[in-house]
Structure formats: structure tokens, C-alpha cells
Unconditional design. Sequence first.
Length: 331
Amino acid sequence: MNDGNSISRRQIVGSAGITLAAAAAPAFAQAATEPPAAQPLQDPRTKYPQPPFPEQSQPWPGLAGKMEPRPDHGETSYRGSGRLAGRKALITGGDSGMGRAAAIAFAREGADVAINYLPDEEPDAKEVVGLIEAEGRVARAIPGDLRDEQFCQELVAEAVRALGGLDILVNNAARQQTNPSILDISTEQFDWTMKTNIYAPFWIIKAALPHLRPGSVIIGTTSVQATDPSADLYDYAQTKAATTNYVRSLAKQLAPKGIRVNGVAPGPIWTPLQVSGGATQEKLVSFGSMTPLGRPGQPAELGSIYVQLAASDASYATGQVYGAAGGGGQP
Ligand code: NAD
Ligand code: MG
């Protein structure tokens, strides 16, 4: 029996007397479980690879499976405890990075999961589908380009059909390209970033809203770039400010409908986005070294944050942005 239960029982016996204590006893007996085995402490500075990293470059959008070292999305480490049992989730960019970490964690917490990704990312997506199905959950892979409004509508419709509804929407996909000067960004590139990062969540949320009942949640992946933009991410950084902003606006708008809206703001995380044009080679080699923890985060270190924001026991948290930046950043 854990500490919480023994304290409650003492309080009940003390305050309500023998009759209530006797009535409560069978419930306590039922709740008793084996205490979990003690886990060794892990030093967050040395838990995962530290810079320097090997130089590497992939064509956009990149594959997690081709990164060196391979990112950890919680494939072997995430353990669930039924926190999202019966939930139905749609995650964009669910093939790799934070989206894959959320997909694995959601499935292990008992949710059925649909993921969206680009057709070039099929090898990564196949792995995620296998991991979701290994938990005995429904997995649905829905490839397609989010810059197309009609596809965004079809994506939501297909996820609802395949899962039998929708309770959790994670707008996580994004486009990020480093450019030293604003003069290097063509109108086409600027539009690509805006369509992926701002328009797609707008279209997807509009399509999803009629399906979301009270208790449902929307989560947006924003960034430390929302509040501390880098010089070389002029277009991307402003989309992340927009993401943080839509989370806060929509949380107020949807609270009267019982729908919560929150954000996750990562710092430097080891994902394909960074090795497929998102960062310079110079930045990649020393990636994460500027954070107080001295290394980049791994997607696995954020999976539990998405779970926490989606879980119904976080019912008073809406309009919040949860940072994970290795000690830097103020979301
Ligand atoms: P990632 O490359 O693993 O994920 C991004 C995903 O976006 C891709 O897997 C791809 O499926 C999807 N995507 C991009 N353009 C698309 C399009 N047009 N249509 C459909 N899908 C498209 O990288 P990640 O770092 O895990 O990115 C996930 C989120 O995290 C993004 O919102 C990103 O802005 C945010 N983020 C990342 C970092 C970091 O350092 N990696 C830091 C802060 C925020
Ligand atoms: Mg990917």
C-alpha cells in the first residue's frame, strides 16, 4: 500500500470513526498492489548522447532511422499505466521526433492512434505503426501533405472513421529551414513554412472540432523559438510565436465547450527536422551544448509531457505551454 492510501485511511479512521472505516476497508484492500521496484536515479546530463555529433545531412523531411546516433523516442523505455485508456488520438508528424514519442506513449497508455506524415517518411511511419499495434491498439497511417486544405479535412475524416471518433488532437508537424538572411527566403519558401506550421493546424482544428466532445484535448507543438527566436530562423520562429498564441486564444474560446488546449515548447531536440535543413552543420555538431544540461534532448524525454497534457487528471490545465529545453527557454 502506498503512502497516500495509508494517510487517507488514518484520516478517515480518525475523523469519521469505526463505521466509515469499516465500510472503507474492502476498497482499500482492493486497491492494495505490490509497490513498484525502486528505479536507479539517472543523471540528466549524461543520460543521453552529448555533443560533439557527427556532421550529417539528409534531404527534407529526413528519416529518424538514418540519423547518427539514432534518436530515442521511448521505443524500449516508455511504460504506460492506462492513463489514456480508450482515447482516440490523431498526431501530425507522428512518424518521427516528438510526434513519434507521443504516439508510442499514447499507445502504451491505452489509446488508439492515427498518424500523419509525408509519403517519403513511410519507413519511419511503418516502425511507429508496428509499435502501436504491438500494444494491441488500433494504428492508422495516413500519409499526405498538410499544405493542402482539402487533405487536412480528409485526414481528420479518415482518422475519425478509422478510430471511431477523436478525443486527442496533436498538431505537431512543422517545416524548419535555416537561412542566414531574410534575403535568402523566397516567397515560395516563406509560404511553405506558413502553410505547414500555421494554416494546417487551423484547417485541422476546424475539421476536428465538430467531433470533439467535452473532455477532449488539443495539443500544439510550439518551441523556445516562440519567445527567443534565432537569427537564422526568421520565418519558422514567427510561426512558433503564432502557435503559442493560438493555443492561448483557443483555450479561452473552447473552455466553455469543455475542450482543453495546451502547448509543448521544446528546446533543441535530436530529430530529423534538424538534419534536413533545419540547422547548419556547425550548429548540429555542437547541438544542445548551449543549454544548461549541455546536450540536446531526445524525443523520449517529451513523451510523458504530451500524455500529461492529454490525461483527464490534468483537467484544470488549459492555455498552458509546457517547456522542455534542458534548462533554457521561458515558454
Ligand atoms: P520531425 O522531423 O521528426 O517532425 C516533423 C514532422 O513534420 C515530420 O516528421 C513530417 O512528418 C511533418 N511534416 C513536415 N511538413 C509536412 C507537410 N507539409 N505535410 C505533412 N507532414 C509534414 O522533427 P521534430 O523536431 O520532432 O518536430 C516536431 C515538432 O517539434 C515541430 O512542430 C517542431 O517545430 C517542434 N520543435 C522541434 C524542436 C527541435 O529541436 N527538434 C525544437 C522546438 C520545437
Ligand atoms: Mg519525420
